[in-house]
Design a protein around this ligand. Structure first.
Ligand code: NAI
Ligand code: MG
Length: 358
């Protein structure tokens, strides 16, 4: 009997709603065609409309609700009339930390149909995996504000780095590097000017590296890393860093690979105690919401990563093959210079999927 996966679908806001709907069509088509697994999506309405009605972005039993599923497919959160720190903490950060989805994995590859803007790469383009610490660091939410509206108004934002938190992400990154042909890991810190937490990162990297003698690794300061990504992209493969540093570097990486519209991400609990969450890197993109032109490829790729995490590696590969063939055929949304609509891309990918059965 083929397994059935139960997926929580949280489209959220803006184009999140459009790209998740597109992805559900494609994944359901894949399941129906391959017949090797079943998949059921359950719609969860959390987002800004829910917030305006209930005064909160998620229901009170958010964690138990999500624990009832095998994984979550997430769109995006953010609306023009709600401050971004309210929406982000209200929804996405209310899930990532409490569910201990501590590894944020962002593969970055120059995709057929996209163009790497660098003239420093060979024709193969970029192929990296960025691993972002996703549970602590600069985004721990520690800090506060005092002396409100006084000239000496004060705000603190305290970064938290723990041995447990650093060691587990470091092991995950070394394992990721080991699973790739180059077996190459770059550890990003800022241990010259940040002399506590970042020095602990460096120390733990050196300790963990001893358990991975088959992985070559090096260290970079984050500012110099931006230069290396642009000037010597071929010298990189797997990259690990803190929550803040990798948030920024992964947007740079997505832009270097061609477009944020194709960049996927996985928020993983590698212990598998909690269901992991899969989402495109991009946000809710108010500027194109409702126009039917959002690129669904980042969410397709995120769903492929989800299938792979659930154990459906073959289905995942086949889905990516179909998406790549559609992009290579020039069926592209306007962000990639094409004229296709979101639904046009969905239809083309579904047609490729139909072809898998013959
Ligand atoms: P954004 O990623 O929403 O948009 C940046 C630019 O890229 C826009 O010009 C947009 O049209 C374009 N773009 C993004 N995704 C695209 C796609 N799939 N197809 C075609 N074009 C695409 O980032 P922005 O504008 O900084 O943020 C908008 C809202 O989204 C804010 O409220 C922000 O807080 C939120 N946000 C949420 C994220 C999440 O839920 N994980 C991540 C990033 C931003
Ligand atoms: Mg970001």
């Amino acid at each position: 009997m083929s397994p059935t996966y139960r997926i929580a679908s949280i489209p959220g806001d803006g184009i999140g709603i459009e790209v998740v709907a597109a992805t559900i069509q494609v994944v359901e088509k894949l399941a129906k065609t391959l017949k090797t697994f079943d998949i059921e999506f359950t719609h969860i309405p959390w987002g800004t409309a829910y917030y305006k009605e209930h005064g909160r972005y998620v229901s009170e039993d958010v964690l138990d609700t999500l624990r009832g599923f095998d994984a979550t497919l997430f769109g995006a959160v953010g609306a023009p009339d709600v401050p971004d720190h309210i929406s982000l903490w209200g929804l996405l950060l209310a899930i990532r930390g409490p569910l201990q989805l501590y590894a944020n994995v962002r593969p970055v590859r120059t995709f057929p149909g996209t163009k790497c803007p660098l003239n420093t790469v060979s024709s193969g383009g970029i192929d990296w995996v960025l691993v972002r610490e996703n549970s602590e660091g600069e985004y721990s939410g520690q800090g506060g504000r005092s002396h409100l509206r006084q000239p000496w108004e004060t705000a603190t934002e305290v970064a938290i780095f723990t041995r447990v938190g650093i060691e587990r992400i470091m092991r995950f990154a070394f394992e990721t590097a080991r699973s790739r042909p180059k077996r190459l890991l770059t550890v990003v810190t800022k241990s010259n000017s940040m002399r506590n937490g970042m020095v602990l990162w460096d120390e733990i990297a050196a300790e963990v590296a001893k358990d991975f003698p088959d992985v070559t690794w090096d260290k970079m300061l984050v500012d110099a890393m931006t230069v290396r990504m642009v000037a010597k992209p071929q010298s990189l493969d797997t990259i690990v860093g803190t929550n803040l540093h990798m948030d920024i570097l992964s947007d740079l990486a997505a832009a270097l690979a061609g477009s944020i519209g194709v960049a996927p991400s996985s928020n993983l609990d590698p212990t598998r105690k909690n269901p992991s969450l899969f989402e495109p890197v991009h946000g809710s993109a108010f500027d194109i919401t409702g126009k039917g032109v959002a690129n669904p490829v980042a969410t397709f790729w995120s769903a492929a990563e989800m299938l792979s995490w659930l154990g459906e590696k073959d289905a995942s590969k086949k889905l990516m093959g179909c998406v790549e063939r559609v992009c290579a055929a020039g069926i592209l949304t306007p962000d990639l210079g094409g004229s296709a609509t979101t639904q046009g891309v969905v239809d083309a990918v579904c047609k490729e999927i139909e072809g898998l059965s013959t």
